[in-house]
Design a protein around this ligand. Sequence first.
Ligand code: ADP
Ligand code: MG
Length: 223
Amino acid sequence: MIRIENLVKSYGAGNAQVHALRGVSLEVQSSEILMLMGPSGSGKTTLLSIMGCILRATSGSVRIGGKEIVGLPESKLPRVRLEHFGFVFQGFNLFPALTARENVELAFKLKGLKPRAAELLERVGLGDKLNTYPRDLSGGQKQRVAIARALAGDPPIILADEPTAALDSQSGQTVMEILAGLARERNRSVVMVTHDNRVLHYADRIIRIEDGLIAEDSEELAA
Ligand code: ADP
Ligand code: MG
């Protein structure tokens, strides 16, 4: 699905330069839930952002479905992003002035697709909240709207940055059940950053990042 080799990302220049990723190699398989853990500032969000074509690498190789994206012109990245990825963030990032349905519809429109928002909201258990605004939804419900939005166009890979961090246990479990269902039943890959010990048992694989490098990979421990 994704093959990353010797990925380096530095921010800034000269004395102010920060080496956020210092040579990371990993593969993401289809249908797997891969969790990225590690201390704050270790490079997790940077890694997720480069995978998702939101941020450009300094050097190394990132192949998505066989296609190299490092060095692609900036103008080509949105297309790769739209084709392959759905994004879920800790803070939900819903538009407050739009209903649940409209928030999801917007994602379809951005992809130039006919909106099937109701269907996706039903899939995440929010069939009765189509016309509800974010302010009238609980945190868990907002995150489920965000997941429905990420599923617009059926992308093969869901990237999530601490999707359960702002949620109570029960809502976090519900969100994880939805993500796990996607991986198991619909062969989607889920790559998520988490600090949340309550959800680790959903992982097929856990990679620990420290100081811009992979410090531990549960798959290699098992091998
Ligand atoms: P994590 O998600 O693991 O907390 P990040 O990937 O956000 O880590 O950050 C890794 C390192 O890169 C940190 O030292 C952070 O301060 C730095 N960093 C992140 N984004 C930027 C940026 N836009 N400009 C400069 N430095 C950044
Ligand atoms: Mg982060």
